[in-house]
Design a protein around this ligand. Structure first.
Ligand SMILES: [Zn+2]
Length: 185
């Protein structure tokens, strides 16, 4: 018969294995939805907009999608996150997006981070960070200020390389077009 100690040890190991399995599953899920956010970012690039994309997931379903269309709409508010939140709110029938997870390819700005806190979104998953303007840990961390009535659970660096490559490719394309333009003059 196994000793009490051995049984405890076995239980601990089982729990650890379960935690590792759960984390792996979570990562797989996060990557799946981040891919969808990247798809949205590419839609922005097609319009000549800085490629940032977002999806909002509720009970395993995407209920809001959005991409940056600031120039197209001539509106400050046309950020990927705000568009996705508007759609999600309509589906849920509430401005509170409780129980939702937001996936966004780039760290949110101050406006979007503020809206996320207002909407009580419990979890935000980000692709790459935005060191010069991000408000979820870079410049400030609006999502996790203890002074506010809501704090967000934040996951960073999901498909980070892919998310930043979409942006880099876009800006490289702009620069080479700019060069061609100057040569043509
Ligand atoms: Zn924003």
């Amino acid at each position: 018969m196994r000793s009490k100690r051995a049984r405890r040890q076995a239980r601990r190991e089982r729990k650890e294995a379960e935690a590792i399995e759960a984390a792996a599953l979570q990562l797989k899920t996060d990557e799946k939805y981040m891919k969808q956010a990247i798809k949205q970012a590419k839609k922005a690039a097609e319009l000549g907009e800085v490629p940032i994309g977002c999806v909002i997931v509720y009970e395993g379903k995407i209920i809001g999608r959005g991409y940056n269309r600031r120039n197209t709409d001539k509106s400050t508010f046309s950020h990927a996150e705000i568009s996705a939140m508007k759609k999600a709110g309509k589906v849920i029938g509430d401005w509170r997006l409780e129980g939702c997870t937001m996936y966004v390819t780039l760290e949110p700005c101050q406006m979007c981070a503020g809206a996320i806190v207002q909407a009580r979104i419990p979890r935000v998953v980000m692709g790459c960070m935005n060191p010069k303007a991000g408000c979820a840990g870079s410049v400030v961390n609006i999502l996790q200020m203890k002074e506010f009535n809501h704090q967000v659970d934040v996951t960073r660096d999901i498909l980070k390389e892919e998310c930043s490559r979409v942006l880099k490719d876009f800006f490289a394309g702009l620069r080479s077009r700019d060069k061609e333009g100057r040569r043509g003059k």
